[in-house]
Ligand binder design. Structure first.
Ligand code: BDR
Ligand code: CA
Length: 315
């Protein structure tokens, strides 16, 4: 597995699960601007990997801004440092002296088995990979990305943050011809850790488990009014759910559907337009979407993934 992140509180949870799961070999982590500036994302990613005891995984910095749009960060959700302002110690480790796209290419091509690529951020780096080194995609088994929505948005009424931040990049990736699972807002809020489990994690002696607890505490504090997260005091694991979907695909219910990204500047920019229609005669230009359909996650077994998350974090 290779993760592309904008760490980011829930990206941090995702990193913790990925590096701790016994069936996952994280070959690399690449960073992109999104929740926070690229520089901050890199610092946060190294800190999290250090705490997780995974300091030997290669990390590289990628795109400092989207392909066309300006960067717009999300300090209101993730804290001023993008990582809940927990004051974690700075890492002393160096990142790879190459661009994220080069690290992606190197590690994808070097992998003896096809790689699962897990973008949890605006897909600027992945779009650049698609354009610069399309031959690398032959060794990508699947892209499981957090982003988009077949229903409501969060950054805007209809657009999810990652696809809204770089819609052009998302459009390039969705048309790349690789098998894709879209783990979007339709399932994002539905994997939650119960309040008592968060308290237990916070009290853990082991630093990775404790960090997960503190991050979940922050999620609960900023999402107090989020009606999509069920249960008082429960925290959703967000991006970490996409890692669960890559590890345990049976836990999501997907439907193979055509998806395009709205690239206009109007109300819908960044919206993933999912075509649910089944009756061919209703369709304007039926079968002419120009895209391969992708697997859109429309349901998730939240209990199953919450258990996978907790068991892995605390193992
Ligand atoms: C996505 O945006 C960020 O806030 C999260 O890390 C997640 O990747 C949710 O819209
Ligand atoms: Ca993210």
């Amino acid at each position: 597995m290779i993760l592309d992140v904008d760490t980011g509180i829930d990206d941090a949870l995702a990193l913790l699960v990925a590096v701790r799961h016994p069936d996952v070999n994280v070959r690399a982590v690449t960073c992109v601007a999104g929740n926070a500036s690229l520089e901050q994302v890199v610092r946060n990613t190294l800190k999290v990997l250090d705490v997780a005891g995974a300091g030997d995984i290669p990390v590289a910095a990628g795109a400092p801004r989207p392909l066309l749009a300006e960067a717009r960060h999300a300090a209101h959700v993730h804290g001023n440092d993008g990582l809940a302002d927990l004051g974690l110690p700075e890492s002393t480790r160096q990142i790879e002296p190459i661009h994220a796209v080069e690290l992606l290419r190197r590690e994808i091509l070097a992998s003896p088995t096809p790689v699962t690529l897990v973008p949890l951020a605006p897909m600027t780096n992945i779009a650049l990979l698609v354009r610069m080194y399309p031959e690398a995609l032959a060794n990508v088994e699947r892209i499981v990305f957090m982003g988009g929505s077949a229903s409501v948005g969060n950054a805007t009424a209809v657009a999810e943050f990652n696809t809204w931040h770089d819609p052009e990049a998302a459009e390039i990736v969705l048309s790349a011809g690789v098998p894709i699972t879209m783990y979007g807002l339709d399932v994002f809020y539905s994997v939650t850790v119960a309040a008592e489990d968060i308290t237990r994690l916070v009290a853990a002696a082991e630093p990775g488990a404790q960090l997960a607890g503190r991050l979940l505490q922050h999620i609960v504090s900023v999402k107090g009014g989020e009606v999509r997260v069920a249960g008082e005091g429960n925290g959703d694991i967000g991006d970490a759910g996409a890692v669960c979907a890559a590890i345990d695909p049976e836990g999501v219910r997907t439907v193979n559907l055509p998806v395009r990204v709205s690239l206009g500047d109007a109300l819908t920019r960044g919206q993933t337009v999912v075509d649910h229609r089944t009756a061919g005669h209703e369709q304007e230009g039926a079968g002419d979407h120009g895209f391969n359909p992708i697997d859109v996650a429309l349901g998730v077994d939240g209990v199953r993934y919450a258990k996978l998350f907790l068991d892995t974090i605390t193992a």
